[in-house]
Design a protein around this ligand. Structure first.
Ligand code: NAD
Ligand code: DAU
Length: 330
């Protein structure tokens, strides 16, 4: 099987490439990645059977020949960080919306199977005391430039399935954690701050809830959907991992040998979504998926160990990331 992975030098995409090569001896992988600030070729180092093509998903001349050679296209590439989208939405529109359109047109021409990676943020947010969780039927209600461009890309996929018969599936996953995550994101930012002797930074009161899932559980669900999912169907991916940000920071502090109260409150994110929560019933019942890393504490301890052991991977980015946050009062 020839698999084209867009965004395969990013966090989830690189983990997906590693898992694919481990689990599928017959697969060859081509990664198409622009290698933006968030992409790192080192995340794919030492992997056989991978060809890395540096290029833009919004460039049809690059995309078309790669899609023509693929049996399956798994589309991870995106501008992925909410905070960045509040300061400059432009690349979010180009990559997330136009890039997805360019891919869909190539898939339509060449007939590849297409899987679209998306986010639970397309559904907006929930109140803390709301017993509801997101389901495949929840109406779209995105809040940020990031989530609205992801919502737009999902709707393009739905339209290309219905109007043109493209063989596509969509998954909307909750917050991932694990190795190779960019240090602008919440968990690796706090881990690498503590390695540097800097106190963790909590936006606002820290009561916002995220539904954490280990990246390997996300990626196994993606393969389950590609292998056995129904074309045209959306599947929600989550591992019943709701925790507020304060709880996560306190656990990181404890696991790294600090007083759990040793963190600072900083400026809140404008429009900050309060809570995400996934109902994973369809994924469990139809595809038989269950998380293999349900213990957040041990998954987080392994992730901390990974950042301690792989300082060469993240160190070159740290000063610039923190300077950007400092300029925003965060
Ligand atoms: P990331 O920012 O770590 O990686 C994104 C990758 O896409 C990078 O390698 C970057 O170089 C590449 N890229 C960006 N623009 C590109 C372009 N125009 N052409 C080609 N490549 C380009 O992101 P991530 O956290 O790994 O997220 C991957 C996907 O999963 C995204 O679609 C995101 O919306 C989705 N998602 C993420 C999470 C999460 O918790 N991180 C949860 C649910 C869904
Ligand atoms: O829900 C899925 C989404 O999860 C993905 O679609 C996005 O690509 C991914 O970035 C993530 O979005 P969030 O905005 O939830 O993730 P982030 O890591 O930026 O922040 C997680 C929470 O932590 C959020 O409530 C903001 C807060 N936060 C973040 C940072 C960077 C802090 O309190 N302090 C921080 O320093």
């Amino acid at each position: 099987m020839r698999v084209l992975v867009t965004g395969g030098a990013g966090f989830i995409g690189a983990n997906f490439v590693h898992q694919t090569l481990e689990d599928r001896p017959g697969a060859t992988v081509t990664v198409l990645d622009k290698l933006t600030y968030a992409g790192n070729a080192a995340s794919l180092a030492g992997q056989d059977r991978v060809q890395l093509v540096q290029g833009d998903i919004a460039d049809a001349d690059v995309v078309d020949p790669l899609v023509a050679e693929a049996d399956v296209v798994v589309h991870f590439a995106a501008e992925s960080h909410n905070d960045n989208s509040l300061h400059d939405p432009s690349p979010f529109v180009t990559t997330n919306v136009v890039g997805t359109f360019i891919l869909l047109e190539a898939v339509r021409r060449h007939g590849a199977r297409y899987h679209h990676i998306s986010t639970d943020e397309v559904y907006g947010d929930l109140e803390l005391d709301d017993p509801a969780r997101f389901t495949e039927q929840t109406p779209y209600n995105p809040s940020s430039p990031y989530s609205s461009t992801k919502a737009g890309s999902d709707l393009l996929v739905r339209a290309w399935v219905r109007s043109f018969g493209v063989a596509a599936t969509i998954s909307n996953c909750s917050n991932n954690y694990g190795p190779y995550q960019h240090i602008e994101k919440f968990i690796p930012r706090q881990i690498t701050n503590l390695i540097d002797g800097v106190r963790p930074k909590l936006y606002g009161a820290g009561l916002n809830v995220r539904d954490w899932i280990h990246v390997r559980d996300h990626n196994r669900a993606v393969w389950d959907i590609i292998d056995r999912g129904r074309v045209g169907q959306t599947y929600l991916i989550g591992a019943d991992g709701e925790k507020n940000n304060k709880q996560v920071v306190e656990l990181i502090l404890e696991l790294m040998g600090h007083d759990p109260g040793d963190y600072d409150h900083v400026a809140d994110r404008p429009g900050h979504d309060m809570r995400y929560a996934i109902d994973n019933t369809l994924l469990r019942t139809e595809l038989g998926w269950a998380p293999q890393f349900p213990d957040f504490r041990s998954g987080l301890a392994d992730t901390i160990a990974w950042y301690r052991d792989n300082e060469d991977w993240w160190r070159p980015q740290k000063a610039a990331v923190e300077a950007k946050y400092a300029a925003q009062g965060q």
